[in-house]
Design a protein around this ligand. Structure first.
Ligand SMILES: Nc1ncnc2c1ncn2[C@@H]1O[C@H](COP(=O)(O)OP(=O)(O)OP(=O)(O)O)[C@@H](O)[C@H]1O
Length: 734
């Protein structure tokens, strides 16, 4: 399904005149709703350009009409597990905020409050229709991208760090690390939160708009439906983009100009992404701005609707043409409509006596990337687990020796494979007779969700449920123990008592479990450690600004960490002194230059364990930074004897890159986890670490951060000569 693009033309404001109107609305077919926008050529008024959209709304369109036509019909899909994205795009002062947020009066409320109202209403209806068997929880997160930095709008501004919140790609989705999420009971709750959060958003008066948004604002509403142990989550994202502005018309001062440059740059990247996607390019420049990374146009699954806001007057002529051009190309972007998966909530452990009596069928865990259990659901699950038993709940299913009714099979097949909607699936708004998708949870099919009845024992079942559970327990303990010892997890070896023929299903589940534990425990910390690593590298290069930036970025991961705070303070003072010119008397520049020149020899010394800068030890964060930085060093020491053999298998680093080198580097630089994972010797974790590393580099610099040589690739933390050699050897056919 393509991105749906609709245009909305705002009415004239008080000081605007009818005679200046140049944008008109028309319909491709007589008697049909308008879908064309017409505008004269700026060079020749007799010539007219026409742009076609999925729908066009004229100056008289009310907030209610727009919502009923474009948003309300998708609420059903949201509750069926599809993610929705609405975003308002257009020049400054064209009505984006009016469309998304609107006014305080009932009739002036925009898409966002109406969406929430619809969500709560539908949630209540579902709970009522199912006699409370299905509960619906709503949680919000709200953030802005200001000057290409992400700030949580649900947190007070004084809690912001200068670097903002980091982004991270996880299982194909961009997530904001450290973003808060608030549970919302009803519309009143939402309004209190939303109004307060909007006061945190950066707006300012410009010549073109008295309340101009200086940031892109992203509201994410997570709807979580819970029926028994089944959880279905989906999100609706409503995005109010900042408007592009022509600074020749704005008379912006310095601060506004900086904001404006950031806004225009991100919107320019968005238009480049749209162009690249519609041309079918292989490389889409998403990564060049945080807004495009988050919007991930054409990458996200679900329903995407772009609302192009237009001002009808001549004074906007060129800007209007430009946004008409960009948005009409956006129609060509295809979006996969994939419903999110039903997740089975963690089950409290049973006693041995009833182990075999009520087990649910073993089914593949859902794709992690389609799982967004909202805060509310998580709290609920935790509360349920706490009231049901005292042992920690498990995040896996077990085998059953009982029957599985066919209806259940239909649901579980959905969890095994993301369902891709076929072209016959219509948006509810496309046609009144549009194909109805049965809701996974909300439909009255609860008999199909009840515990399975008797079923013949599967042939593949070679070990008992208790044994599997014991194996999983053991595996978890192994992982935790090995992590506690700060050593790489040992490869799982079957114990004496384990049957040798663990079927693939069990192996897959163990792997998924391992990954999940690893992810949940180490994600945020390793993110912080990476910042510390980057900071140290920046310091070694003599890049104090860069180092300060990285230390500040690491702070949210190690809040209140004294040594880290000390480092930030010292660097801040040093930079301030430099700026004030007071450092001229000090030999700082010489020391910096010396540091850069000596960085290589220091690195060698460190490798030999003879130097330690004395910082970051004596606490968790410190120790971890050291261990993180040490990891490649230890590896290189261990492999010192083998290194020449590994390196000798690679081409001469002084010569021009061979086609195989180029191919390997192009895969690495694609930052595509799937492609990198397919390299010889790479696993999912190594691939993700490499992409994370490149992304961090991308985040810090505007320069080209691609890896240029195999030697550089070897220097990436966690790589090493052997990994590079194996990946290179694996491309022998190139
Ligand atoms: N459909 C509409 N009906 C009535 N007034 C409107 C409409 N659309 C926009 N306006 C008014 O136009 C002005 C500019 O609108 P708004 O602030 O929403 O623009 P914007 O595109 O969000 O601008 P920026 O990008 O600078 O934030 C506001 O005074 C708003 O009330």
């Amino acid at each position: 399904m393509s991105v749906r693009v609709v245009a909305r033309i705002r009415p004239l404001l008080k000081n605007e005149l009818d005679k200046d109107v140049i944008v008109t609305v028309d319909s491709a077919e007589e008697g049909r709703a308008p879908n064309l926008v017409k505008i004269p050529s700026p060079k020749n008024a007799a010539e007219e350009f026409t742009f076609a959209f999925n729908s066009v709304y004229d100056q008289q369109t009310s907030q209610e009409e727009l919502f009923s036509a474009e948003v309300a019909p998708h609420l059903k899909a949201l509750f069926q597990g599809l993610d929705l994205t609405f975003f308002a795009y257009g020049v400054t002062g064209t009505g984006k905020t009016h469309t998304m947020r609107g006014g305080l009066k009932l009739a002036e409320r925009g898409v966002i409050p109406r969406l929430l109202s619809g969500v709560f209403r539908r949630g209540k209806k579902i709970a009522k229709d199912t006699n409370g068997e299905t509960t619906v929880d709503v949680a919000l997160s709200y953030y802005e991208i200001y000057n290409d930095k992400v700030f949580d709008l649900l947190e007070p501004p004084e809690k912001r760090t200068p670097a903002g919140l980091p982004l991270r790609e996880k299982d194909g989705k961009t997530i904001v690390v450290g973003l808060s999420e608030r549970s919302c009971q009803d519309l009143k709750d939402f309004e209190t939160l939303y109004i307060e959060a909007n006061t945190n958003r950066v707006t300012a008066a410009t010549k073109l708009n008295a309340h101009s948004s200086r940031s892109h604002a992203i509201l994410r509403v997570t709807v979580t439906q819970t029926t028994g142990d089944m959880v279905l989550s989906s999100t609706a994202s409503a995005i109010d983009l900042a408007g592009s502005e022509d600074n020749r018309r704005t008379d912006n001062g310095k601060e506004r100009l900086v904001e404006s440059a950031a806004i225009n740059k991100s919107l320019f990247v968005l238009s480049q992404c749209i162009d690249a996607i519609s041309r079918g390019d292989k490389r889409i420049p998403y990564r060049e701005s945080k807004m495009t990374r988050i919007l991930s146009l054409g990458q996200n699954n679900g329903i995407t609707i772009m609302i192009l806001n237009l001002a009808p007057m001549r004074s906007y002529h060129l800007d209007t043409l430009s946004s008409l051009n960009v948005s009409s190309r956006a129609k060509r972007i295809e979006v996969r409509e994939i419903e999110n998966e039903v997740v089975f909530k963690m089950q409290p452990p049973r006693t041995t006596s009833n182990l075999m009596s009520g087990r649910q069928a073993l089914r593949p865990l859902t794709n992690a990337h389609n799982v967004h259990t909202g805060l509310a659901a998580k709290e609920k699950a935790a509360a349920a687990a706490a009231s049901a038993g005292d042992k920690p709940a498990k995040a896996f299913s077990v085998y059953t020796d009982r029957a599985k009714p066919p209806a259940r099979a239909a649901i579980t097949s959905n969890t095994a494979q993301p369902r891709r909607s076929t072209s016959t699936v219509k948006r509810p708004s496309d046609s009144a007779s549009g194909t109805e998708r049965p809701s996974k949870l909300a439909k009255p099919t609860h008999t199909s969700l009840s515990r399975p009845q008797a079923q013949p024992q599967p042939e593949t079942l070679s070990i008992s449920a208790a044994q599997i559970e014991a194996m999983v327990e053991r595996k978890v303990s192994e992982i935790l123990a090995s992590r506690a010892a700060a050593q790489p997890a040992p490869p799982s070896e079957p114990s004496q008592t384990e049957p040798s023929s663990i079927n693939d299903e069990v192996a897959r589940r163990l792997e998924a479990l391992e990954r999940r534990i690893e992810t949940s425990e180490s994600d945020s910390k390793s993110e912080g450690l990476r910042f510390l690593l980057q900071a140290r590298q920046a310091k070694e290069r003599g890049d104090d600004e860069g180092a300060l930036f990285c230390y500040e970025s690491a702070l949210p991961f190690f809040p209140g960490q004294a040594k880290l705070l000390g480092k930030i303070e010292r660097l801040t003072e040093k930079l301030a002194a430099k700026q004030a010119g007071s450092c001229a008397a000090e030999p700082e520049p010489t020391r910096d230059a010396e540091r850069v020149r000596k960085s290589k020899s220091r690195k060698e010394k460190r490798d030999a364990g003879s130097e330690h800068d004395g910082s970051f030890h004596g606490s968790d964060a410190d120790a971890d930074e050291e261990s993180f930085v040490d990891r490649p060093r230890k590896q290189s020491r261990k492999q010192a004897g083998r290194q020449p053999a590994a390196v000798s298998a690679l081409p001469d680093s002084d010569g021009p890159p061979t086609p195989r080198t180029q191919h390997l580097l192009s895969i690495v630089n694609s930052r595509d986890v799937a492609q990198i994972k397919a390299l010889h010797g790479f696993g999912a974790k190594k691939a993700r670490d490499l992409v994370d590393f490149l992304e961090l580099k991308d985040d810090y610099r505007d320069l080209n951060n691609d890896i240029q040589t195999l030697a550089q690739l070897r220097m990436v933390p966690g790589m090493g000569g052997r990994t590079v050699e194996r990946a290179y050897a694996g491309l022998a056919g190139v």
